[in-house]
Design a protein around this ligand. Sequence first.
Ligand code: ADP
Length: 806
Amino acid sequence: MDVAAIPGVPDWLPGHLQDDGIEALYPPQAEAVEAGVTEGANLVASVPTASGKTLVAELAMLSALAEEDSGKALYIVPLRALASEKSEEFEQFEQYGVDVGVSTGNYDSDGGWLADKDVIVATSEKVDSLVRNDAAWIEDLSCVVADEVHLVDDGQRGPTLEVTLAKLRQLNADLQTVALSATIGNADELADWLDAELVDSDWRPIELQKGVHYGQALHLEDGSQQRLEVRNGESETAAIVRDTLADDGSTLVFVNSRRNAEAAARRLASTTSDFLDQEERERLAEIAAEIRDVSDTETSDDLADAVAKGAAFHHAGCSNDHRALVEEAFRDRLLKVVCATPTLAAGVNTPSRRVVVRDWRRYDGSAGGMAPLSVLEVHQMMGRAGRPGLDPYGEAVLLANSHDELDELFERYVWADPEPVRSKLAAQPALRTHLLATVASGFASSRDGLLAFLERTLHASQNADRSELERVTDAMLDYLEVNGFLERDGDQLQATGLGHTVSRLYLDPMSAAEIVDGLRDWERSGGRSSSRSGRSGEDGEEPEEPAGFTPASELVDDGDDDAEADEPPSALGLYHLVARTPDMYELYLRSGDEEEYSQIAYERETEFLGPMPSEFEDNRFEDWLSALKTARLLEDWASEVEESQITERYDVGPGDVRGKVETTQWLLGAAESLAAELDMDCVPAIREARTRVEHGVKTELVDLAGVRGVGRKRARRLYDAGIRTRADLREADKAVVLGALRGREKTAENVLENAGREDPSMDGVEPAEVEGVEVDPGGSSGSGSDRGTGAEAADDSEDQSSLGDF
Ligand code: ADP
């Protein structure tokens, strides 16, 4: 179909597409148009990776916006990292008056500013929270697009997408729903659920050959074999990378862990470096320098070392800046190989000539060991092979060690169809969260109303038998009632004040229960935890509830109201409290950790909120210790320990530190609201612990670090030079301020202005000598390399924010 023949789209669109080199629609796109996607029809498009799904979404959104009295279009992405990629893509339409907004960040706001936008990009969690917070514009949507909708199958996040789509469709009966999916076997079921037309296609713009490498040959699915020799001492992966490079192609290697990605990149760098010309070397050296600048950590250095030689790794522990630099250099064909964990397969647009799926098993805690990847995941990785317009074809290969494995891999992945997508809604954690939110935000006010709402979900459309859903619903309603989040009056349901707060804060009710119980326990004992309840397990009264949980209701009327909470909880105690909630991903315990953290647990026993489980309760105790490890990381960060030391000590990447810090800020913010709701005395202590972790500083720096432009290091230097508060900044001798800020005039002026000083100018001021601080020779220009990242190099620029741009 010629782009000029698409009905329903704005007049400018065909010309715009033609300018972009798009003359005709790809066949699945044409099918979508024929199915009415530009005329308001609901659509499920199940097509392979890189086959132009984004344009289908754009056609739907732009045609919806072109309608008279149209509302907005919402594009739901599965990962935050994809939100900016997609919005950048849609910004190409701003020249035609289509305003694009991305909604990430806080889960407890109603995103009022988005009301002016035409296209909004957000994760399903964010959309869910906007619905809970009554964002007015949500009812004003004309079109919603759900990207990667096959992820409704994901046990963790799928239910949120499922419930969110159901809510949006309940709010607005005329809403056009477009769902984009990888190729799956049961796309028709998704179409049934969403009352949608179906485009189910395996067309690809470039040919893809799947296969398995074994011995000295590549066995392809069409039955052919290509010789691909593995030299002595060379790995199969290195041989494939070398073979691809001989043909001037690049390779994407998928492995099963971050560590493996890093190790593989390091090893493959010796292969790629032989193929670089002088110009490539120089450009890669520049990129490596930029990578080093991002942060002063081992991850950064390792990545830079590999990149300089033409190889890279890409995983969730890398910072956003790292990832963006790697993706760009790979697209520019400077990087010859990228070793990635499957995050990259989830939608980042980085096609390559060949894909190697090196590991087809991955550690899976619930399976207690290594478990095979799903066919869908492997096919999505494989789908990254072949760059339209650049490569003649793409090849995606698995690696076999034996003839049996060769046969197995063909059966299991090459010839296999992807698994059907199934709703995961009937699981307890998903339901307890979504049932509370559904009642709190007024979608249902009775048990029957809830069950009627659940009829709109994929779960209901896939399961004729409702008994399981009803059983779990009833169990979760009991749970919510017992914990004081819901009240029941006959069949009627109402959220309590606490329940409303929990829903708005976007907390898992179990997290809220853990926090409330911990805080209550602290208050009850007057903050002297050594005299507090004995460890559970020792008193023989094991609660029946899930690990770590005591019903808040048991603690409500304990008749101990006179106890004075005279001692506020410590930062470590609070970090530990939030680290043990299900909303925080804990750090794993490695060998030796159990002993180390048990020791710390006993040494600091009085600081914990709520009872410590007994050592004889293996799993609970271990979870509790992992939370302690996380809490210690946070305490280190909030005690001004260098970032590079933290990443080394806890064996994590800078992106992980950033993630933990953000989650803690959110959870402590929530704890603060809960404590305020319950009229507790510990609010200031929680606020202080939160601010400390936000800025990564000790208590005495909290005030200073809160001034925009001052971060943990600058705050420390100012403090040590005698400037201790925001108010001091307004009065202090400018020469001392300038000296403490290493002679950077612009920075100093900025800081003073942000602190509210009337005359912040540094004209004619000479930096005073400040002990332990060296003035930056290039400082007076004020430019420096103000990248504002979390780097903690000698440079001053790192101080912009706590952890910068991860
Ligand atoms: P998907 O979302 O299905 O993985 P994309 O939408 O990212 O794939 O499309 C892959 C590439 O194909 C993009 O670079 C896009 O510009 C290009 N493309 C999409 N549709 C067409 C078309 N009809 N003609 C030419 N190129 C197209």
